[in-house]
Design a protein around this ligand. Structure first.
Ligand SMILES: [Ca+2]
Length: 389
């Protein structure tokens, strides 16, 4: 396998007079070009590798020293890629082991993971015979990582300092709260939560929980995912009627919900990653099906007001549905498996509703937290402030 080298252009938010979310585009552009960090994306090296440009190299070591890299990532306000120095992004891994190593390598660089955390994530992924980014023999991605990098060239991700982790955003109720009062953050992208990376698939909800935990996060609860999508995180008591059994609770919720998509009030599958296909070997479901996903964040309009991408399309997503108050993730509990969002074939086969607050039936009851599939990924949430453990 050809090794992938990433060059990340990072700004140092601590050097700016304003908070990360307050920078003007001009400030961000200036700051972004002021420093850079260059690292090898391949394990096991943790040290920044030589840059492909002298100027980048000169500032790389300074940035690397200034950035406290650790679990959960402490990157910068702005993260952006220079496609001119990403020649290997299209390298196609031929085995799941190569997929996993390359993906964790990119996580290590872009999220600032320490070697121990990266090794643990690789161990968790390797405990399954199928977890990765799709069956290498049948998966064909419609868009390359490099094409995504080029498309997102002017779409930087502001770092939300309050989250204490890269590529996360705070979610809250704008009607009653300010962003600074948020108690939870959510990943902008499907796991591994990197722009232009393919979502991880064939991962059970149990494994998803473990992977989130390894990053100091947890698998999102249903109302958190919904609120991130709809642009409003609503109070627990309005989201769950814990007196009711699951099907009834979801039915009542569905009957009262405001129908909205992350991108607006009218459904438009073309705004999201929904025009891919199943591989020809795929009859219905199973290992022969390709995870023919798009790079995360490839569709700029497929984004909620909080800046969360791909909640419709690309990969469907695991989360946990609390059935009683103590199941809430923010209380340290764990609900039952829930699946939300649509996936990459929805323009051709709309299997169910995919508006933000629609709750699915208990499709995965038999396998529950042990269900995995070719089109199923997840994203993580993280308690912050006084809500943090
Ligand atoms: Ca998705």
């Amino acid at each position: 396998m050809q090794r992938t080298t990433l060059v990340l252009w990072l700004s140092l938010g601590c050097a700016l007079p304003l908070g990360c979310g307050e920078n003007s585009p001009e400030q961000a552009a200036s700051a972004t070009s002021s420093s850079a960090l260059t690292s090898s994306a391949a394990l096991p090296s943790a040290r920044p590798a030589a840059s492909t440009s002298a100027s980048a190299s000169a500032s790389a070591s300074a940035s690397a020293e200034a950035l406290p890299l650790g679990p959960g990532g402490r990157a910068s306000c702005e993260v952006e890629y220079d496609p001119q120095v990403l020649p290997d992004l299209n390298a196609k891994e031929s085995t799941l082991a190569e997929q996993r190593e390359a993906m964790v390598g990119r996580m290590r660089v872009m999220l600032g993971l320490d070697p121990k955390t990266a090794a643990h994530i690789l161990e968790l992924l390797s405990s399954s015979k199928m977890s990765g980014q799709g069956n290498p023999e049948t998966t064909t991605h419609p868009i390359s990582r490099a094409e995504c990098v080029e498309k997102r060239r002017n779409l930087p991700d502001e770092r939300e300092r309050v989250c204490g982790a890269a590529f996360m955003v705070p979610i809250y109720d704008p009607a009653t709260e300010r962003k600074e009062q948020a108690k939870v953050c959510i990943d902008r992208y499907e796991f591994p939560n990197l722009p232009c990376e393919y979502p991880a698939t064939w991962i059970t909800a149990n494994s998803a929980s473990a992977l989130c935990k390894s990053l100091g996060k947890r698998l999102c609860d249903t109302h958190e995912w919904e609120g991130a999508c709809a642009g409003s995180l609503r109070p627990i008591e309005e989201e769950y009627d814990f007196k009711l059994p699951r099907e009834s609770m979801s039915g009542v919720h569905n009957s009262k919900r405001k129908i909205v998509w992350a991108y607006g009030a009218k459904k438009d599958h073309k705004k999201c990653g929904t025009d891919s296909t199943k591989s020809k070997e795929c009859s219905a479901s199973g290992w022969k099906c390709g995870s023919n996903t798009y790079p995360a964040g490839f569709f700029p309009e497929c984004k909620s007001r909080f800046g969360v991408y791909d909640q419709h399309g690309n990969a469907a997503e695991h989360m946990l549905l609390p059935l009683k108050p103590e199941d809430l993730g923010s209380k340290g509990g764990r609900g039952v498996a829930e699946m939300k969002g649509s996936w990459f074939i929805f323009q051709k086969h709309e299997a169910h509703k995919d508006d933000c607050r629609w709750r699915a039936p208990s499709w995965h009851d038999e396998e529950g937290l042990n269900h995995a599939n070719y089109h199923l990924s997840f994203r993580c949430c993280k308690d912050i402030g006084s809500a943090a453990p």
